[in-house]
Ligand binder design. Structure first.
Ligand SMILES: Cc1cc2nc3c(=O)[nH]c(=O)nc-3n(C[C@H](O)[C@H](O)[C@H](O)COP(=O)(O)OP(=O)(O)OC[C@H]3O[C@@H](n4cnc5c(N)ncnc54)[C@H](O)[C@@H]3O)c2cc1C
Length: 413
């Protein structure tokens, strides 16, 4: 089998992978492989505005944002291979890919995993009922509408109340369907109030909280969904022609597992330190593979952050002092990064990223080590399920690297 030997291989040409490629390709030989027909990742088929604020200080559509990132990577000299999927990550660091030209191997000095995250489809959510057509994820919906120009009609129910759920509502409207309801199992919809009010007013979409879909109804096509109120146990049916399952993210972690990287069992992401180094020397991870899902600019800034760490590795700095692990208490689900080492770089943007399973309106974040409170901060933003909660990494300033794991918790003030 033919073997390519780029200095750096980046798997995934989304915002994270492309930003890393743009930063590295000026100095070293970079190959980016992408399984889709075009580079750009999710923003490529997410046409609404909302991209680029933190990394480009601009506010633009997903495709425009993806095009700029791609251009920067190409101009820096990165080679980008589309239609090319990595299918194996072997223990010796060799990766096997399939492409229209056939299978070949890649043996790079450094591998950066930037494979992103995907929404759990209906089957993975184990929702019973019929198996009609018209049941989609946001990704599938936006692919149909924005990449293939398909039109839709009828009533749509959106399962989930995250920001991405409103993105699905926008796409449904654009395609000609009417998003009638957003179903959230939380007592309060996860997205910002700024989306809920206009959503109801402009689209006529009601948000149904404390509820879960218990059945999809319809033989060949969807005719409705049955929902159950978790407080009362009452069931009701909403007539619908389309059901879109949104959010409930799972990182695209298969390659990380195959490579034998240490994984966070809850987040299902590879464990990384503040330099985005995984447990395997020369393998780095960035973007929503680590924090499913934050915004695209945060993923791209991971890509920028990893550049110096990769160059340092290639320059011979391959050993790092032992660190301490970061763990979280419920309702926090995960923290990223989850290892910190003495004298290491600060995490990307100087922030720790968290996911919470409960709405905390006035969050106080507390850091404990060996039972002692060593740091605390009162945040002005609520912590809400369905979006990443970001906290300054300075809460870790008093960590003692000889005192064992650090636990981070959250409470309402
Ligand atoms: C509907 C929707 C709306 C959104 N709206 C916004 C918004 O308004 N603003 C915002 O900032 N963010 C938004 N986001 C979030 C944003 O899209 C993501 O944060 C961003 O795309 C993450 O970038 P990434 O590079 O980590 O992953 P991705 O964009 O997911 O890219 C990962 C890439 O890796 C490729 N890949 C995976 N596995 C392999 C493999 N084995 N071999 C080869 N290639 C592989 C995938 O095909 C993909 O192209 C939205 C997301 C969705 C789903």
């Amino acid at each position: 089998m033919k073997t390519l030997t780029p200095t750096v291989l980046i798997v995934g040409a989304g915002p994270a992978g492309l930003a890393a490629a743009a930063g590295l390709a000026r100095t070293v030989d970079v190959l980016v492989v992408e399984r889709e027909s075009e580079a750009g990742g999710i923003p490529r088929h997410s046409k609404h505005l909302g991209y680029g604020m933190r990394d480009m200080t601009r506010f633009m559509s997903g495709p425009a944002y993806a095009a700029i990132l791609l251009e920067k990577a190409k101009q820096a000299g990165a080679e980008i291979m589309t239609h090319t999927q990595v299918t194996e990550f072997q223990a010796d660091g060799t990766l096997v890919v399939t492409s229209p030209q056939g299978r070949f191997a890649i043996a790079p000095s450094v591998t950066i995993l930037a494979t992103g995250a995907r929404e759990r489809p209906r089957m993975a959510r184990r929702i019973p009922g019929d198996r009609p057509s018209g049941v989609l994820t946001t990704g599938q919906l936006q692919n149909m509408v924005h990449l293939h120009g398909e039109k839709l009609h009828g009533r749509a129910v959106i399962v989930g109340g995250e920001l991405v759920s409103w993105s699905a509502a926008l796409t449904l409207r654009e395609a000609g369907a009417k998003p009638v309801a957003l179903i959230s199992h939380y007592p309060k919809s996860e997205s910002y109030r700024i989306f809920r009010g206009p959503g109801r007013f402009l689209f006529g979409t009601r948000v149904v909280t404390n509820s879960a879909v218990t059945r999809v109804i319809g033989k060949r096509t969807v005719s409705g969904v049955e929902i159950e109120n978790s407080r009362t146990g009452e069931r009701s049916v909403i007539d619908a022609d389309i059901v879109v399952f949104t959010g409930d993210w799972v990182p695209d972690h298969e390659l990380a597992r195959m490579a034998g990287l240490d994984m966070d069992p809850v987040a299902k992401s590879p464990m990384v330190d503040s330099g985005l180094r995984t447990s395997k020397p020369g393998v780095f991870a960035i973007g929503n593979l680590l924090h499913p899902v934050d915004t695209a600019d945060v993923a791209a800034l991971d890509g920028e952050h990893v550049v110096d760490q990769v160059l340092a590795y290639l320059g011979g700095i391959t050993e790092h002092p032992a660190g301490v692990g970061l763990t979280v208490d419920a309702p926090l689900r995960w923290v990223s990064p989850n290892i910190i080492r003495p004298r290491d770089v600060r995490p990307a943007r100087g922030k720790l990223l968290f996911w919470t399973d409960k709405y905390v309106p006035l969050p106080v974040v507390e850091v404990r080590q060996a039972g002692r409170l060593i740091g605390s901060i009162r945040m002005i933003w609520p912590a809400a399920p369905g979006r990443v909660f970001r906290v300054p990494a300075s809460i870790l300033n008093r960590v003692d690297y000889s005192a064992g794991p650090v636990t981070i918790s959250i409470r309402n003030a």
